[in-house]
Design a binder for this molecule. Structure first.
Ligand code: AMP
Ligand code: MG
Length: 212
């Protein structure tokens, strides 16, 4: 069911098409969203946040059917976790597909992907039809925003549009699990625990090593 008014959705899409970054609610925190496949668009994210460009971004997808378009050699483990937890606060670290520029991945040959569980984020992703990079919509080093007002207070006129989805349901960043190695490894703890991942995978998930 559409949740944005047609003019609101059209404005969001035209800004994204123009390479702009917009504020977008997700179930975890508000994201600063831009076209992940266009270097000039992700450059806006890095500039507005003041974030180092070697710090990789998470790509937001509309659903798991997009995995094969942006990930190389999607492993069975990824499909099982996607089935169980998407849309939701789980980010999968996988091999970068050719269509994803390294400007979105901090120069790495891996790519982080997730499907957010928020009706506005999903509506924009489906209508836009391309992955959006969307790190938290705050200046580098500030607290991640969980309301539209937080985003506007921190980023002000640097962001031409902040869609309003009310307060975020989770308010905590997504769990990140690395599936590029022999064993799954937690990169960042979050809303979904290692035990829940292990239950679905039927194997151990190595703990975060503290380098994230
Ligand atoms: P956020 O700033 O919350 O959007 O999350 C970005 C985090 O995702 C980074 O700090 C990394 O920990 C992780 N991440 C994203 N892409 C990659 C990648 N290609 N390799 C390793 N970690 C990644
Ligand atoms: Mg943050």
């Amino acid at each position: 069911m559409p949740v944005l008014s047609p003019p609101e959705l059209e404005r969001a899409l035209s800004l994204l098409r123009a390479g702009e970054a917009i504020g977008l609610p997700t179930e975890t925190v508000y994201g600063l969203a831009a076209d992940a496949l266009r270097p000039e668009a992700t450059a806006r994210i890095f500039a507005i946040k003041g974030r180092p460009t070697n710090h990789p971004l998470i790509l937001h997808l509309a659903d798991a059917s997009w995995l094969d378009d942006y990930v190389a050699d999607v492993p069975e483990r990824a499909r099982r976790l996607a089935d169980a937890f998407w849309p939701g606060p789980l980010t999968l670290l996988l091999k970068r597909g050719e269509r994803v520029p390294t400007t979105a991945t901090g120069g790495l040959d891996t790519v982080a992907v997730r499907v957010p569980n928020h009706p506005i984020a999903l509506e924009v992703l489906r209508a836009y039809g391309r992955p959006l990079a969307a790190p938290s919509a705050n200046r580098f080093g500030s607290v991640s925003p969980t309301t539209r007002e937080h985003v506007v207070a921190d980023l002000g006129s640097d962001v031409p549009l902040v869609l309003d989805g009310g307060a975020c349901a989770i308010g905590l960043e997504s769990t990140i699990v690395d599936l590029t190695r022999e064993s799954p490894r937690l990169v960042r703890p979050g809303g979904i625990s290692a035990i829940e991942l292990e239950r679905v995978l039927g194997e151990a998930v190595l703990p975060a090593d503290g380098t994230e």
